[in-house]
Write a new protein. Structure first.
Length: 277
């Protein structure tokens, strides 16, 4: 998998040159995931200079924006510039999407591999290595390092193409098998879960057919639902909320009542058994 590189953005704040060399890569996350931060939002924070900060790269699944040339110094680590500081003066900073999808890890791992190809075998540090901060939250730097070294765990590897697709029972219950099949058809990572959701208010929308153990919460959204929203021309917040449920229902040709219930799921299962959504 290769990522798209975006070079049309330039950070407002940085310092030219690398008089002390480059000796590490620093991993950041660009905001708390509960605030639904976006790739574009992270870029505009740095291009506007509103926080007097910057980073060399803003990265998420499939795309990497370079805002500061790695041969210049970004204002990323909070440990000063121009006095041989480890973070700002000598590190390359990558701001990562805090949702931490498998795709995010893949792309950031590839970026690290590419940077090491140019600058040598640089170690990874979390931002908190340089200054007192929570950044980068729960990011797993060992996993990034394994991907960069080409030994990613098998859990995120695609399943062999020779495996026959599961035929779903059309029972109107959206459990792990249905979600896995939906993920396979949509081409996302496959874990049988819809992650990062909000609890339905059961007033404007419901999800009675979705099996509890297949949902995780946090509001940062699901890769699967983002892919579905992209296909249906919806805003891509990754949340199975009222607008998205209605759009799915319209797409499947069932009543648009904002309830992700058995009738909707039976229509979904029928489509998935035809190997399409
Ligand atoms: Zn940071």
């Amino acid at each position: 998998m290769a990522y798209e590189t975006l070079t049309q953005y330039t950070a407002a704040c940085y310092t030219s040159g690398r008089p002390y060399g480059i000796t590490s890569i620093t991993i950041h996350w660009w905001d708390d995931p509960s605030r639904h931060p976006t790739f574009e939002g992270a870029i505009s924070t740095f291009t506007s200079g509103s926080r007097r900060t910057s980073a060399h790269y803003v990265a998420e699944a499939g795309r990497v924006a370079c805002l500061v040339d790695p041969d210049d110094r970004a204002w990323a680590c909070g440990d000063g510039v121009g006095r041989n500081s480890g973070g700002n003066d000598r590190s390359i900073s990558i701001e990562c999407n805090p949702r931490q999808s498998d795709g995010d890890y893949e792309t950031i791992g590839e970026l690290i591999r590419d940077l090491r190809g140019v600058y040598g075998d640089l170690p990874l540090h979390p931002h908190r290595h340089w200054t007192s901060t929570d950044c980068p939250g729960t990011y797993d730097l060992d996993r990034l390092d394994r991907i960069a070294r080409g030994s990613a765990p098998a859990e995120s590897a695609p399943r062999p193409e020779t495996t026959a697709p599961t035929v779903l029972e059309v029972d109107g219950s959206c459990g792990p098998l249905t979600i896995r099949r939906w993920q396979e058809v949509m081409g996302t990572s496959v874990d049988g879960k819809i992650s990062g959701q909000l609890v339905p208010d059961c007033r404007t929308y419901w999800r009675p057919a979705l099996v509890d153990s297949c949902v995780t919460y946090g509001g940062y959204g699901s890769e699967l639902i983002r892919r579905v929203q992209a296909q249906l021309g919806q805003g891509q917040d990754g949340l199975l909320g009222p607008g998205t449920i209605r759009a799915i229902q319209a797409h499947l040709g069932v009543a648009q009542d904002a309830s992700f219930g058995p009738a909707t799921v039976r229509a979904l299962q029928t489509r998935l058994n035809e190997n399409r959504f």
